[in-house]
Write a protein that binds this ligand. Sequence first.
Ligand code: SF4
Length: 672
Amino acid sequence: MGKVLSHCPYCALQCGMAITAEAVISPRSDIPANAGGALCQKGWTAAELLTSGERLTTPLLHGRPVSWETALDHVAGRLSEIRAEHGPDGVAVFGGGGLTNEKAYQLGKFARVVLGTSQIDYNGRFCMSSAAAASSRAFGMDRGMPFPITDLAEADVVLLAGGNVAETMPPFVRHLNGPRLIVVDPRRTATAKLAWLHLQPTPGTDLALALGLLHLAIADGLVDEEYVAARTSGFDAVRTSLASWWPERVERITGVPVPRMRQAVRALASADRGIVLTGRGAEQHAKGTDTVTAFINLALALGLPGREGSGYGCLTGQGNGQGGREHGQKADQLPGYRKIDDPAAREHVARVWGVSPEDLPGPGRSAYELLDALGTPEGPRALLLFGSNPVVSAPRSGHVTDRLRALDLLVVADIVLSETAAMADVVLPVTQWAEETGTMTNLEGRVLLRRQAVRPPDGVRGDLEVLQGLAKRFGHAFSADPREVFDELRRASAGGLADYAGITYERIEKEKGVFWPCPSPGHPGTPRPFLDRFATPDGRARFVAVEHRPAVEEIDEDYPLYLTTGRVLAQYQSGAQTRRIAPLAEAAPEPFVELHPDLAGELEIGAGDLVRVTSRRGEGRWVARISDAIRRDTVFMPFHWEGANRLTNPALDPVSRMPEFKVCAVRVERVA
Ligand code: SF4
C-alpha cells in the first residue's frame, strides 16, 4: 500500500504519520516530535474522523440542504447587504489555531481585502496569547519553544508550569525521560505524578510563586550575574520589585511550602542545562502575561534563554497554534508576525496584496471582545467562522451563545455539525487534514507539510476553495491552490519576524521540516534563534518588573470553591472531533466534576452523584468524581463538552486579551 507522509490532525506536537489511501495510519519515526515513532490514542484513532457518519457533505441553508452555488450566493449577498447597511466592520471573521498556515493567511487577507473589515480574530487568543505577549516583551519575538524539542532530553532540569503533557500530548513525555522534572500545578495531574518535585499552588497564584522563586534565587546568591550583565537589561528594577516577596509571604499566598520552593530553585540554578516551560495553566489568567513574564524573569536570572540546551518555551496547544498566530488572522497582526499598526508592515503587505496601505483596516477587537459585541448596535451583525466552536470553547459561553443568536447572519465552515454550526444560518461542509495539503508550524517553530492522502467525500470543498468562491462574488481573484497561497505567504512574510521566504514544500519534505526564521532559499532555518542575540533592538532580553494580584474573582461565602478547567487524555479542545470517535468517546464519555474526598464528605457527595455547579455566570449539572489529586478548595472540570465554559470568567488580560479561563469562584451542591 502506498503511504503519504503527513501529520496528526490535533495538537501542536504535530506527530508525523504515514497514511494510506484507505486511511490506515502508522507513526513516523523520522519526525523528532514523535520521539522515535510514538502516537497517542487520539492520533492512532484519527482515521475515524475521515469516515465519520456525522460528516457534513452538503451545504445547509437554515437547516436545508442546498447547492454550493446557492449557499455561496446567499452568503455573499447577505454580507454585501449587511456591509452596505452597517459598514465594513458590520461583518466579522473568526478563525482557528487548527487551520493550516495557508488558510490562516488567506482568511486574514479575505477579511481585510475583500470584506475590508478590521473585525477578525481567532480562538488562539484563548490559548497561547499571554505567552506570546510575554515572549515578545522579553525577547522581541515569540516562537513558542525557541529550541528543538530534542533539547529537552538533554536538559538536567525542566520546570513545567501549568501543563499536563502526559494527557494533552503524551509523546512529549518521552522527551522528559532524562531531566529532573518540576511541575507547577494545582492538581496532581498525570504529569505531576511523573515529576521529581510537584509544587501545588492555589489556583490563580502562579505569579506569586514565580516571584517567590526569583526572590529566593536572589537571596541565595543563585543569579547568573555574568549572563545578566552581558545579555539582559532591566534586572535592577526587577530585583528591587522583588524585595517584599519573601518566601513566607509567598507560602501564605500560594500554599507552597518554602523548602519546596527552595528545592525547585536550587535544582534549576545548579543545572548545566535548564529549561522553563509554561502552559495554559499559567497563561489563561487575567494576569497571564505577567505570570509568564515572571517565569521568564526567573529563567533569565538563572542565565537560561539563548544558551544551547537551555531556555524558556511555551507549550503551544492547538495543532497550528504557532503558525496560526503568525499569518494575519489575529486582530492586531499582518502576515510575518507584523504589527498591523506599523506603517512599514502595512506598506509591505499591501504591496503583496496589490492594494493601497490606506485601504487596509487597522486593529480590531480581540476574540472575546468580538464575540461579546456580536449583534449589538455597535458590533458586527454577521460572522464567518472557520475552524472554531465557541459555543463550547468561549468563556461565559451562555452569553456568547446569546450573542451568536443575535446575529443577522452566522456562517460556519466545519466538517461536522458542531454546537456552533448547529446554530448557523449557513453551514459549509469542508475538507479536513488528510484530505488536503498545507503547512503547519509546530510548537518548536518547525514548519511541516501535511500532504493529502485520501479523497474527500463528494460534496465537500476545501476552506481555500470556499474563500475563493466568496472572493469571486466580490470581484476578487483568490487562489485555492495551497502551494500558490504558500508562495504568496512567503512573500508577505519576507522581512517579518516570522520570515518564511526561504521555506518551500520541497525543502520541508527533504529536511523533515524547516525552522523559521528562514529568510532565503539558501538559509538553513533557525532552530535556536536567540543563541547570539535576542530579537530586541539592542539584542538584549528584557526583564520586566511585574506584581502579583489576586484572581479577578476570589472565593467567598456564596461561591466558596475555586473552579479550574483542563483537558483529559482521550479528548481534544471543544471535542467536536474527538467526541465523534468511538474509542475516544468510550474512554472519556462524559464531562465530570472532580472533588477532593474531604470536600465531597463535607458536601455529602459520593462518586457518581449528580452535582450542580454554579458560578456568577451560569450553572449546570455534572457527575461527581472523587480524587485526592485535587486541592480541597478547588474543583476541576474538563472543557471538552458544552457547559464547563458557561461558568468561566471572561475577565481579560490587559496585554494579551486572554480570558481568565483557569480560575473562577463556584458553589457545588448535591442534586437530590
Ligand atoms: Fe501526537 Fe498530539 Fe496527535 Fe497525540 S494528538 S498523536 S500527541 S500530535
